[in-house]
Design a protein around this ligand. Structure first.
Ligand SMILES: Cc1cc2nc3c(=O)[nH]c(=O)nc-3n(C[C@H](O)[C@H](O)[C@H](O)COP(=O)(O)O)c2cc1C
Length: 324
């Protein structure tokens, strides 16, 4: 059994903002990562981006994630980041498959075979400039014919990163198919730097299976904890003393939902928090039946009163059952 794996809340653009990160901290996560931050937006002191890089003491340690298409702009962006933000790790995004990002040579475009030397030089320069340890988030490669994750890990290790999170898919796969843990296992065997396994980990049993198989130093959880933050506590506790904590009840899930909202509200204005909750709240009802109409209602909430009254309605609806 792996000894106390490192548990990371994976970066999710549109979700892992300050409020959500502080919320996840209460479940015992070891590290949270911000949404991806554009080097150009930093260079131009984009107001929204300067807001995005704000952190709070009670969420530390926290990583801020940077993306960009060239060594020069990444370094310039980092200079600004170091002036304006307080954080513990710098994470580099070499995994984003989105076309707009890829076309600008950023994200997973750094995994192209012809950019190996550039990847090394870029990361080495960033490690030299950074005041905090640097980590990287990667995919298996550009597509199935170009899987180069072991080589990428060796390059990143030589360039000085202290941790690598591997999402077990290629760029071409986007989020389709299943994450492949075979290559994560191979990468772990090939380097000394800490390897974090990522992709499709959505239960305690899956976490145990992936950790046992890959021998990774930890796991990063993205969609699996969205609406199920207690999974973090379940995994932490299991690796502390072998206890298998029960899944949360509907009542507990609704309590977490309220806490999530209340922390979003603290850092965003109420209207913005409500808009975000439309996408987030239905996730809290994933494990229950006869719940569809409430999911629809939650996805259309207009204000806090509506959110709270739907939560009450759900709480007193005896037709709702837990999916075992
Ligand atoms: C909505 C969404 C936003 C994401 N944003 C980021 C991001 O900003 N930076 C990043 O490195 N990965 C991002 N990812 C990828 C996740 O961090 C993670 O690698 C992927 O979702 C697989 O893990 P999971 O199955 O645990 O979600 C995003 C994924 C989703 C679904």
């Amino acid at each position: 059994m792996n000894n106390k794996p490192f548990i990371i809340a994976a970066p999710l653009a549109g979700y892992t903002n300050l409020g959500y990160r502080r919320f996840l901290k209460t479940f015992g996560v070891d590290l949270t990562v911000s949404e991806m931050i554009s080097d150009f937006a930093l260079i131009y002191h984009n107001k929204e981006t300067l807001n995005m890089v704000k952190t709070s003491l009670d969420e530390r340690p926290v990583a801020l994630q940077l993306f960009g298409g060239s060594k020069e702009t990444l370094l310039k962006g980092l200079e600004v980041l170091q002036e304006v933000a307080t954080y513990d790790y710098l994470d580099l995004n070499f995994g984003c498959p989105v076309n707009k990002v890829f076309k600008n040579n950023a994200g997973s475009a750094f995994l192209k075979k012809e950019r190996r030397d550039e990847l090394f030089e870029t990361v080495q320069a960033i490690v030299n400039l950074s005041k905090v340890p640097v980590s990287a988030k990667i995919r298996l490669g550009i597509n199935e014919d170009n899987i180069n994750v072991v080589e990428t890990c060796k390059i990143l290790e030589k360039a000085g990163v202290s941790l690598i999170t591997i999402h077990g898919r290629t760029k071409a796969q986007l989020y389709a198919g299943k994450a492949n843990y075979d290559y994560i296992k191979l990468a772990k065997e090939a380097v000394k730097v800490k390897i974090i396994a990522n992709g499709d980990i959505d239960s305690l049993s899956k976490a145990i299976e992936v950790l046992n198989y890959t021998k990774a130093d930890g796991i990063a959880l993205g969609r699996g904890i969205l609406g199920n933050p207690y999974l973090i506590t379940q995994i932490k506790r299991y690796y502390e003393d072998g206890t298998i904590l029960k899944d949360p009840t509907l009542k507990e899930q609704l309590e977490y939902l309220k806490q999530h909202y209340s922390l979003l509200k603290e850092t965003k204005n109420v209207d913005r928090a409500i808009i975000e909750m439309r996408g987030i709240a239905p996730h809290y009802l994933k494990r229950f039946t006869n719940i569809k109409k409430y999911k629809v209602k939650l996805s259309m909430i207009k204000n806090e009163d509506e959110l709270m009254s739907i939560i009450d309605e759900i709480l007193f609806d005896e037709s709702i059952k837990t999916i075992i």
